[in-house]
Design a protein around this ligand. Structure first.
Ligand SMILES: [Zn+2]
Length: 459
């Protein structure tokens, strides 16, 4: 009798399916896996922090017994967006000085405002504001370079976002380091602290060639390689940067970095606007990842990055917002996909350049490659971390829909982001943050704005 009873329980359990924590279903699942599967009436099953299965909703419902489920019959589920270049706390300097070139913007406005205002508390609130904006617009991972990076890491973890974070190493006294040697020491302690964190990937972040000496750059690479973490740097953002390098050393910035060995290891190079064929050959050889920032490059009139040439050679190119102080003014990755696609079309006078699906690749799986995280994130596949977003499809600009990829890049907006899950954990539901106090962050940001405006008025 007892035996019969336990067999009945076993049978019932088998019929009910394997237990999972979450089942998300939607009208379309955009996987961005190797086959670029697009599943109509699909779903994603999640256990703890990982994806267990991706497939048809009917099939998953048979195979799995979810503890919780979310059914979005009029939405797209896709991988979370990966922003490969930010300076998160600069959100508090949003729009402080606009319509200027990079050199004037940096030296006349940003560096002085930072010198007067940036401290640990500024960085904490700035990162909270940035994380709030990023999660509400569908970003699940961002690659950052700023100061007080330990505060950025704390605020990022509190938000529940994933961050590849590096303390800026720069050749003059900055808000939390007097010398590049101090910043390197800080970075090493930061790496040791976050080495095996589920959300934070520590990085080494020398600001640029033109703001660091050779010794600091070499030490940064050595540190990154010693701990097997990525190196984040700005590269050939402006023509001025290239002209200066040529005048001083008769080599391009890429050639100089390569001659110093700085590109020997995982590198996330932001911008890469002024790259010639020789530079591109070097980047290919070193498998350097490029963070393409179309908004920033357009707004600062930096130029147009040779994205089609980089992609044709298999160099990983992700998308980044940069900023948001004056080089972009927001963290909207939906907008960057749209601009990246349109900018290459107008630059090459070819409407087929950078089609929609490729723009989505740059914001997801290729962004993951740029960051060296392609085994963990960037696509919806079993075994990967559960980082996903849903985009609702019931608004006027979202109907009708003939092609899912085109709709995402050319019609949908950041405000269509409905739900966000990072590392298996829901952090946005129905367009509202579940982890951050939105009214408080908005109020604090306005207070900071008034204080910072007053600080730059007094000389
Ligand atoms: Zn930048």
């Amino acid at each position: 009798m007892l035996r019969l009873f336990s067999s009945a329980i076993l049978l019932a359990a088998l019929l009910a399916g394997e237990p999972v924590d979450w089942l998300y279903t939607a009208r379309f699942v955009v996987t961005m896996d190797a086959q670029r599967r697009l599943i109509e009436n699909g779903g994603v099953a999640i256990r703890a922090d990982r994806i267990v299965a991706v497939g048809s909703a009917a099939d998953l419902a048979k195979r799995y017994q979810p503890r919780q489920r979310l059914d979005r019959s009029d939405a797209i589920v896709m991988p979370g967006l990966i922003n490969t270049h930010t300076h998160a706390p600069m959100s508090l300097l949003r729009g402080i000085a606009d319509d200027l070139n990079l050199q004037d913007w940096l030296t006349k406005y940003i560096f002085p405002a930072e010198a007067k205002n940036v401290n640990a508390e500024f960085v904490t609130w700035g990162t909270r504001l940035a994380c709030l904006e990023m999660m509400l617009s569908g970003t699940t991972t961002f690659v950052d370079m700023y100061y007080f990076e330990d505060k950025i890491a704390e605020a990022t973890k509190q938000a529940g976002l994933r961050g590849v974070l590096g303390e800026t190493i720069i050749g003059f006294p900055d808000p939390d380091s007097k010398t590049p040697a101090d910043a390197l020491k800080y970075t090493e302690a930061f790496i040791q602290h976050y080495q095996s964190d589920p959300l934070i990937v520590p990085a080494v972040a020398p600001h640029a060639l033109y703001t660091n000496d050779d010794e600091s750059l070499k030490a940064a690479r050595a540190l990154a390689n010693r701990y097997k973490v990525p190196l984040v740097i700005h590269l050939s953002e402006t023509r001025h940067e290239n002209d200066e390098a040529m005048a001083k050393r008769k080599m391009s910035p890429t050639q100089i970095l390569d001659s110093l060995g700085v590109l020997n290891g995982r590198t996330i190079a932001a911008h890469g606007v002024w790259l010639d064929a020789a530079d591109i050959a070097i980047l290919r050889k070193r498998n350097t990842g490029i963070a393409h920032c179309p908004s920033s490059n357009m707004k600062l009139a930096s130029g147009i990055a040779p994205v089609m040439k980089l992609l044709a050679l298999g160099i990983p190119v992700g998308l980044g917002t940069d900023g948001p102080a004056g080089s972009n003014n927001d963290f909207d990755m939906m907008e960057e996909m749209n601009l990246a696609a349109n900018l290459q079309k107008v630059a090459t006078m070819n409407p087929q350049a950078l089609p929609a699906q490729q723009a989505i690749e740059m914001a997801t799986i290729m962004g993951a490659r740029v960051a060296g995280l392609e085994r963990e994130i960037g696509s919806l596949e079993s075994g990967k971390r559960a980082d996903l977003i849903t985009l609702c499809l019931d608004r006027p600009h979202a109907v009708p829909m003939y092609n899912v990829y085109s709709q995402i890049v050319y019609a949908l907006k950041a405000s269509d982001v409905q739900d966000v899950v990072v590392n298996g954990k829901p952090i946005v539901r129905d367009g509202k943050s579940l982890t951050l106090n939105e009214p408080l962050i908005i109020q604090k940001s306005q207070e900071y704005g008034a204080r910072i405006a007053a600080s730059i008025r007094q000389k």
